[in-house]
Design a protein around this ligand. Structure first.
Ligand SMILES: [Mg+2]
Length: 238
């Protein structure tokens, strides 16, 4: 396989309208670190769960060594709490065009994976709830590393080592925030910004996105970028 597409989860593939992820985050921090933290204290759009954890606990006065000592335990517990409570009441919606695009990529032999700030078990639970988990092979997740560009590198390594991806092939990162774009660029991938989150196409372009789309509903437009064919969609940045 010589094309790999790595999708972000929240506001790129799905929308989640309830607070189960946030609640699991807060409950795990209280249990492991004994502090009442608030994710809303940090502007966390596009941040990895580990990075959010570090930032909110620093604000509570914890030292980095203390934070890091229990970080794996905390992210594991977040996943457990989310899986126990998470998708029962959560209103999770697949965004427009996602299912069609995933099927089209499969038809064209494109390898599809994830790069998300979500803890792996939380990402899996969300995608299972909307019936698309099985499409995604390699992944980089928010409990692997706090630096998002490293998650891209890990997903690419897994693609090469576990799924027969040709290391010299093309890699795309698709996401809804400037942090997705920065991570993709940092790891040497081409980037596609989708304006289905809190950022417009212009803002994603300004963040350095190679391509932008209003959403993923135009399968032909997304495919023409990914397959490098010319169907009237020109690169927006040389
Ligand atoms: Mg997102």
């Amino acid at each position: 396989m010589n094309t790999l597409v790595l999708f972000d989860v929240d506001k790129t593939l799905i929308r989640i309208d309830t607070s189960e992820h946030r609640d699991a985050f807060h409950a795990a921090i209280l249990k492991v670190y004994g502090v009442h933290a608030n994710m809303a204290d940090v502007p966390h759009d596009g941040m990895t769960d580990r990075q959010i954890l570090i930032e909110v606990l620093r604000r509570k006065g914890l030292a980095d060594a203390e934070i890091r000592r229990s970080m794996s335990e905390c992210t594991r517990l977040m996943g457990e709490i989310f899986e126990a409570n998470g998708t029962k009441n959560a209103r999770i919606a697949l965004l427009h065009g996602v299912r069609e695009l995933l099927s089209a990529l499969e038809r064209h032999g494109v390898l599809v994976g994830l790069v998300t700030g979500n803890v792996d078990s939380i990402a899996a639970a969300k995608l299972r709830a909307v019936g698309i988990r099985e499409h995604f092979k390699p992944g980089g997740f928010g409990n692997f590393d706090e630096v998002r560009a490293n998650l891209v590198r890990m997903a690419v390594s897994s693609a090469v080592n576990d799924f027969g991806f040709d290391r010299s092939g093309r890699v795309f990162v698709i996401g809804d925030t400037p942090r997705d774009i920065a991570a993709g660029r940092g790891a040497g991938a081409a980037t596609i910004g989708v304006a289905t989150g809190n950022y417009s196409e212009a803002e994603l372009k300004a963040a350095g996105a190679d391509f932008t789309l209003r959403d993923l509903s135009d399968t032909a437009a997304a495919l023409s970028i990914i397959l490098g064919q010319s169907h009237g969609v020109a690169p927006q940045k040389p």
